[in-house]
Structures are given as structure tokens and as C-alpha cells.
Ligand binder design. Sequence first.
Ligand code: SF4
Length: 230
Amino acid sequence: MPAAARRPRDLPATSDSLVIAGLTPLSSCDWPGKLVATVFAQGCPWSCTYCHNPDLIPTRAEGAVPFKRVRDLLAKRHGLLDGVVFSGGEPTRQRALGAAMREVRDAGFGVGLHTGGAYPARLREVIGLVDWVGLDIKAPRADYGKITGVGPSGSKAFESLDIVLAAGVDVQVRTTVDPTVLTEDDVARIRAELAERGVTDLVLQTVRAEGTRPEYAAALAEARRSSGRT
Ligand code: SF4
């Protein structure tokens, strides 16, 4: 096919085609025990109740940070940073993720990944480049849509968990406990579904109102008022 007739999806994905919404040059909390730079990939197919970065959801938005800024940062931070965490948004949405991870590895840094597991096929492609995964399991499998707004999302998330476990990559499985949706029984069901896969460590995270949509912040405040928590 002549180059002029090629569609963007046909073009090879390079690090420079990763659409990046933000870059944190130094973080000590995005990969436990590591000092990292964190890259926030633009775009997510889900719309979680408690998303505290809804600006990162649109998939057609322009990037705000060229990958060159990541490259230049790493060139100056040898010996100071352990790695780069790809976060989002949903980083596995983008075809360029593998190229970007490979470049980070080739530069001598570790690679971390924050994912909700929305794209198991892409995760399978890149998992060999990843040293650590922070994987969100958001709800019992059958109830996923109540959090993500997307019906079949639970099957994708659990398929992604299976990919990470099969690869033997270091993983932290975490659940943000949204009291507007999840009950204690739901959290127990999540634990049981994870235990079936041999995962016994689950990190529970308290939902934060900061950055969430106003209607969610109001619903959260109400849920906390009715349960006696502030
Ligand atoms: S998966 Fe993450 S980025 Fe996507 S909507 Fe949910 S909380 Fe927001």
C-alpha cells in the first residue's frame, strides 16, 4: 500500500506515538519501594464512578507531553530513578505502549504498569517487558459494570489478572472500595474470587473525593454520612 494511503492504525507504533497526558518526574508511591517517574497515558474505555482523573478518559484527546520529555528525563536520572511506571488512563489501550516500555528497559530502567486490565490482548503483548504490575480489581466479576459503567469489563479484568499470574510478574492487586457501590459482602466476594486464583494479598484503598465528578463527590459524602463515616 502506498505510504500516503496508510491509515494511522497501519503505521508502526513508536515510543513517540504514545499519547501522554502527564509526567510526574519523581514518585515514591507509584511502585512500592521504588523511586520512579510516572507517565500518565491518555484515554480509557471505562468511566469508573470514582475516577479522580476524568480528563484522562477521552481517547481522542491530544497528548500534553511528548515522549521526548521522558527520554530526556531518564538521560539525566541514571542512578537516581529505579524505573518508570506507565499509568493512566488505561496505558494498555495504546499500541505504542510496548515500544515505550522497550525504550525504557533499553535505557536501563525498570518498568512498572498500572492497569485495570481492560485490554488483555495488549497486556499479553507487553507483559514480558514489565517488572511490576499494580492491577486494579474493582468489583466482583459479575458486578463490574456498576463501577466501570461498561457491562463486560469484569471478564477483561479477570483475564488480565490470569495473564499477569501466568507470567509470574510481581503484582499488587488492589481494590478501591467505593461505598456507593460495594458492600462488605462484595469485598468478601472479591477476596474469594482472587483466592480461587491463589491471590491472597489484596490491598484495599480508600476512595478519595478529590478530583472526582461533583455528583460522585456528593454521593460519596452521602454514603459516608449514612454509614457514620466522614
Ligand atoms: S480505569 Fe482508571 S482511568 Fe479509567 S475510568 Fe476507571 S479510574 Fe478512571
